[in-house]
Design a protein around this ligand. Sequence first.
Ligand code: 9WN
Length: 427
Amino acid sequence: MSGVAEAAGRVLLENWRGSYTVPAGGLYPHQWSWDSAFIAIGLRHLSVERAQLELDSLFSAQWADGRLPQIVFDTRKDDGYSPGAAFWRSERITGSPAASTSGLVQPPNHAMAAWLVHVSDPAQSRRRGFLERAYPRLVAWHSYLLERRGGASGLAHLVHPWESGMDNSPYWDAALADTPDRLAGDIPRPDLQHAAADQRPTNAEYSTYLGLAARYRDHDCDDRDADFPFRFEDPAFNALWARSELALADIADELGADPEPHRARAAAITVALERLWHQGMGMYTARDLVRGQLQPFRTVSGLIPLLLPTVRHADELLGTLAGEHFALGRVGLVPSHDLTAETFDPSRYWRGPSWFNTAWLLAEALHDRGEHDAAATLAHDIVASAAHHDFPEYIDPHSREPRGTRRFSWTAALALDLLHRGRASVE
Ligand code: 9WN
């Protein structure tokens, strides 16, 4: 193994907690849903067993309605993160699991990860019955999205910015400003002990995050609050759902089950994504279901549909990715927000900095589309930026300086994955 792969492996070992990996020791001391899926994709190269356990432990916190929770809390560390187990009190809600969890969800990248974990050692995976265990969990999770979060549009909707995984994206600004649910008084910010305040969301954003989460919690997280003030269809969330349906088709095939319903669902979501196409922006964007508007912002979320083989506007998306707004190959990774927008901020969280998970997803998409040079350049940048800055959470796209916390698990895992699969090399 190269020195970089070894260093990445050390981050994953350091952040391992016996049956799952924390995203980062100080800032995020619990198990996060879409983090665990990205982490399993890298961990499989170190230990297939651990990668399986990472997903199995998330599945063991599944709710009776099928949702996979945003966070599974380590209740011994409850004061290290806000909002924690004491805020959610999930144990008082019927259908919650034995573990303490958040009631929200995160993007559905899990079936995609489960399939990649399986193919890294199919014989071992079969021996351990990994996919037999995972398949019903994943089917129940996708049914939750369809039945509780789906609607006539054919897309699933989010009820909180945290559910997008891209918490302070400009997509949510107008809705948050218009939301009556805010937490008054002191806002607990333990995160600021681990990352600079100008690289994290603001207190104003946090007061609405907490107010919305409290309202959802106080309705027992049951999704039937018809007047809930925050409901959005997000392009990356739905593209990952469709991509994961394609992975479920592969899993069903492997298990001798019928793959066709999964292929049909993936095709239906891909077609439904067209309602998020914004001609003027040249990309997909989020739709505010409460106010009925497409958001006039370019963010990396709207590029993620490139992962779908039959997405209609692939050529325009490739143009937008290469053009002035995201400047592929000319800045660090892929910025989370339009480089030319007034709302762009190179340091603040999801308002400009480049993240490694979205860059990895786009490197996959470019590779699958036969854009091998662009995919290799991006993969190389992921590995180099991860290695040179101690596996940062995100980077400034212009200066390439590290931002957020360091020794971040998915940064290490995804760099390791690219090295192991020969998608990038170390010079
Ligand atoms: C809220 C753990 C998570 C990621 C998200 C990222 C950030 C949490 C926070 O950290 O969100 O879920 O406290 O800011 O935005 O994508 O899953 O790494």
